[in-house]
Design a protein around this ligand. Structure first.
Ligand code: SF4
Ligand code: SF4
Length: 135
């Protein structure tokens, strides 16, 4: 029996497809969706806990990959390097789960690690390279 938390990135053409449903019907896996959202580029993001028999789990993941879904383990952690961040706010509109917000009283950008699903959008977009991926 395997149970893992993973992040799925769906390209826009797959956002409306019953991909996760197929994991249940064909691969006999159980899932629990922890978070789901669609980014401004219309890429779908889903954080889920997926569990089932080891072989089914592996086959299910292969099926996802062959369908064009990018899979990322949730063990990666995003950390903000406070000395590099200039509070420019570029990342705020990018974050699909509002883990980066502007504090209205201080005008500083706040990062809530608990909300973060490690999608890495801010890592790519931050002009100061303040958002870092730690393994
Ligand atoms: S984009 Fe980078 S520098 Fe700008 S607020 Fe976000 S983390 Fe800070
Ligand atoms: S990686 Fe960045 S953009 Fe993605 S959820 Fe975490 S804080 Fe938001």
């Amino acid at each position: 029996m395997v149970s893992k938390r993973i992040v799925l990135h769906f390209p826009s053409r797959l956002v409306d497809q019953p991909i996760v449903y197929k994991l249940v019907k064909v691969y006999d896996l159980n899932f629990n969706i922890l978070k789901a959202s669609v980014t401004p580029e219309e890429e779908g993001l889903m954080v889920l806990e997926l569990s089932g028999e080891e072989k089914n789990y592996k086959d299910g993941l292969e099926y996802l990959k062959s369908s064009g879904v990018k899979i990322q383990p949730l063990s990666e952690d995003i950390v903000r390097n406070e000395t590099k961040c200039t509070d420019c706010g570029v990342c705020v509109s990018m974050c699909p789960v509002q883990a980066l917000i502007v504090d209205p009283s201080t005008r500083k950008v706040k990062f809530d690690n608990e909300k973060c699903i490690a999608c890495e959008l801010c890592v790519k977009i931050c002009p100061s390279h303040a958002m870092e991926l730690h393994f």
